[in-house]
Ligand binder design. Sequence first.
Ligand SMILES: Cc1cc2nc3c(=O)[nH]c(=O)nc-3n(C[C@H](O)[C@H](O)[C@H](O)COP(=O)(O)OP(=O)(O)OC[C@H]3O[C@@H](n4cnc5c(N)ncnc54)[C@H](O)[C@@H]3O)c2cc1C
Length: 597
Amino acid sequence: MPSYQAPIRDLRFVYHELLDADRTLSVLPGFEETSPELVDAILEEGAKLFEQVIHPLNQSGDMQGCSFQSGEVTTPEGFRDAYRAYTEGGWCSLAADPELGGQGLPETISFMLEEMLTSANVSFSLYPGLTRGAISAINLHADDALKARYLPKMVEGVWSGTMCLTESQAGSDLGLVRTRATPRADGSYSITGTKIFITGGEQDLTQNIIHLVLARLPDAPPGVRGISLFLVPKFLPDDNNEPAHRNGVSCGSIEQKMGIKASSTCVINFDNAQGFLVGPENRGLACMFTMMNAERLAIGIQGLGLGEIAYQNAVAYARERLQGRAASGSTAVEPNADPLLVHPDIRRMLLTARAYNEGARAVAVWTATNIDLSHRHPDAARRSEAEDMVALITPVIKACFSDLGYETATHCQQVLGGHGYIREWGMEQFVRDARIAQIYEGTNGVQALDLVRRKLFIHGGRLPSRFFQLLADYAAQQRENQPLQPYLTPFIEALELLRELTEWVVQQGTADPDQLGAAATDYLRIFALTTFAWMWVRMIAVSLDKLDQGEGDAGFYRTKIQTGRFFLGRLLPQVQGLNLAVRSGSALLMEMREADF
Ligand SMILES: Cc1cc2nc3c(=O)[nH]c(=O)nc-3n(C[C@H](O)[C@H](O)[C@H](O)COP(=O)(O)OP(=O)(O)OC[C@H]3O[C@@H](n4cnc5c(N)ncnc54)[C@H](O)[C@@H]3O)c2cc1C
C-alpha cells in the first residue's frame, strides 16, 4: 500500500528561503499577522490531517468509487467523516474573506496545502476545490443579496459549489451551449437544459449544492457573447437560510471512468430550476473565467501532487528491491543483487520526477505570491505586473504541470516494474488519476492555444515582454556571482532561445493562424522548461549561499544543487529539439488532405 509524507521541508525552503514570501506578503494589507511560525504551524497541521485521515481513503476510495441510486450519489466509505474533519478544521476557508467566515490568509498558503491535499487524495480534493472556485466567482460578480445568502455556508464548507459548463454538444467550444434561461416575474430565471461531466454535481457530503450554470437568455446573440451565468441551488434556502425547497435540479447518472473514481462526475438536469443571474447579461463566460482560472491553477497543482506521491513511493521501492548488480561494481552487503537505486536508468527516472516536482513547486508558489500581490499590493502598477504574471503563467501551469504529473507517474510506475502495474502497490492508480488533469478544465491543447493566440498578443505583447524582462533582470543581477555561472549559462541560453522563438511565433502567426496552432503545444513546453530553469538557478543560488555561510541543513542544500544540475544538464536541453519542431511550421501538419487520414 502506498504512503505519503508531506514535503514540508521543501515547501518551507520555497516559501521562506527561495521566495522570501514572509517579507513579500507580510507587508500586504491584511497579512501583517502572517508570521513564519504561523505558516509553519499551518503546514504541519494540514500535513497531519492529509497524511493520517485523508490519504488512507485514497486507495479504498478508488476501489469502491461513487455509487448512484435513484438520483442520489454515495461517496466511498469514510469520505463523509473526512470531509467533516476537513471543514471543521477550517481548511475550506483558509484564504476566504474573514467577513464571510474565512480566515483571510494568503492564497500562497492555500496553494501549498492544495499540493499536499492532491497528493493525499485527488478525488477528495475536488469537492472543496470546486467550491473555492465558485466562491471566488460569486464573490466577484454576484450582487450583495446573493453573496450574503450563499457565501457564508459555502465558505464554511457545509454547502458546496460546482461548475456547469459542458453539454453533450459543447465541450471546448462553449459558444455551442444550449441551456436556456427564461426571465420570471420576480427577477429570477427558469433554467432548463442538461449539463454533463459535472464534478461533484451530486454527492452526500454537503447539505446543499450551489451550481454555477452557463445558459442563454431568449434572443441572446449566438456564440460566446450570448452566454450568461446563473447561480442555481439544489435546495432553495428559506428565510433562515436553511436548505428548504428542492429546486428543479436532478442528477441523471454518474460516469464510470478511468481514474478519480471517488469523485462523482454527473449528468445534471435543470428542469425549470429557479436560478439567479450572476454578473451582467451575456457576460457569463467572462464571469465564469474567474472560477475557470482558479480551477486551471488547481488542476496544475493536481499534476504536481500526483508527481510527488508517485516519486516518494518509487524511491522507497527502489531502495528495497534487489535486482542486478551495479555496473561500476557492487558495494552492497547482499550477496546476489544490489538495490534498484544503483542503476543509471532507474536514477534517470527518479531524478526526472524529482527535478520536475521541485521545479513545479517553486513555480507554483511564486505564482501564488503573485496572486496575493495582484489582490492586495497598495501600488496599482505592482498589482498590474503581478496580474500579468498570473495571466501568462496560468495556461503553462495547467498544461505543463498536468502533462508532467502524468509523465512522472508513468516513470515512477516503471520503477516498480510489473508491480507498478498491480493495484496493490498504488502506482497504477496515480497514473490513472493523473490522466484527467490533461483533459478537463480546458484540454491541454486548448491551454496551449490560450498561451500562443491570446496571452502572447494581448496589450501589445506586454505579458511576455514583462516576464522575459523579469528573468533577464535576474540573470543580470547574478552576472558577478562566480559560483553560479555554470548554472546561469544554460538558463540564459534557454531564455534567449525562448525570446527569439516568441518573436518568430508572433510573426508567423500574424501572417498564418495555422502557425500558432502548430506551434502551441511545443512552444508551451519550452516556455515551461525555461521558467523551471529560472527557478532552478535561483534555488541553486540560495543553496550555494547557505552552504557558503554554513547555515542549516547542508545535506538538503547539496541535494538541491545536484537535482538542479540534473535539470539544467539533462532536462533543459529538450528546448533545442522542441525549438526545431516548432520552427518546422504548420505545412507539415496541414498539407495532407483530410481524405488521406
Ligand atoms: C472526469 C471529468 C470531469 C469533468 N468535470 C467538469 C465540470 O465539473 N464541469 C464542466 O463543465 N465540465 C467538466 N468536464 C468536461 C471537460 O472540461 C471537457 O471534457 C473538456 O473541456 C473537453 O471537452 P470535450 O470533452 O467536449 O472535448 P472536445 O472539445 O470535443 O475536444 C476533443 C479534442 O479536440 C481538441 N480541440 C477542440 N477544439 C479545438 C480547437 N479549436 N483547436 C484545437 N484543438 C481543439 C481538444 O483539445 C481535444 O483534444 C469534466 C470532464 C471529465 C472527463
